[in-house]
Design a protein around this ligand. Structure first.
Ligand code: SF4
Length: 183
């Protein structure tokens, strides 16, 4: 884990340890992409990022962020993914779920497995995050589909779009792309 992660965790104080770990991973990953602004890397505007830091990592205002900056332009699919996640928050209206929805939607645009894009230690951290904060949605992934594939499939189903080659996963030639280890 990076120095930024460890410095954030040292500020975590009374925060829930798992939530602190998850947010510290994501912020450290975003920070590692400098000179890209942290706000754009994690998909949170400066004022929201400041609220997150004040709640989970009080004293971590040393983070090199512009606390007034925007989160940058959304990719075309980002608002739908953000909305699907917030609509499936375990606790409706939770700040943590809203922050994570924005962060997951932004980080999903990166090219690796989602847990890697989020800077998490392992895939089970992502399962834990989703089961804790987006339980109704996570519970639908009964076949342990790769998370990015699962999100996009869910969004397509909501929109009534079929992007699959086969009506059933078991007989689909794209099966390895959608399932299997995310290592
Ligand atoms: S395995 Fe095939 S049918 Fe199943 S989600 Fe992937 S593309 Fe769709």
């Amino acid at each position: 884990m990076s120095e930024t992660y460890h410095r954030l965790m040292a500020c975590a104080g009374a925060a829930d340890p798992f939530d602190a770990h998850v947010f510290a991973c994501i912020l450290a990953k975003g920070q590692s992409e400098a000179p890209r602004p942290l706000t754009e890397a994690v998909g949170l505007a400066g004022p929201e990022l400041a609220r997150l830091v004040a709640r989970l990592f009080p004293g971590a205002q040393w983070l090199p962020a512009d606390w007034t900056a925007s989160s940058g332009a959304d990719a075309i699919e980002e608002p739908d993914l953000r909305a699907m996640l917030t609509d499936n928050a375990t606790i409706a209206g939770s700040d943590e779920a809203a922050w994570l929805a924005a962060m997951v939607a932004r980080r999903s645009l990166q090219p690796d497995h989602l847990w890697q894009d989020l800077g998490l230690s392992m895939r089970s951290d992502l399962n834990g995050l989703l089961n804790r904060h987006f339980a109704p949605l996570a519970a639908l992934n009964t076949q342990d589909m790769k998370w990015k594939k699962f999100f996009y499939r869910q969004m397509c189903q909501i929109e009534g779009i079929n992007i699959c080659k086969s009506p059933a996963c078991d007989t689909c030639t794209d099966y390895p792309m959608c399932y299997g280890p995310e290592e």
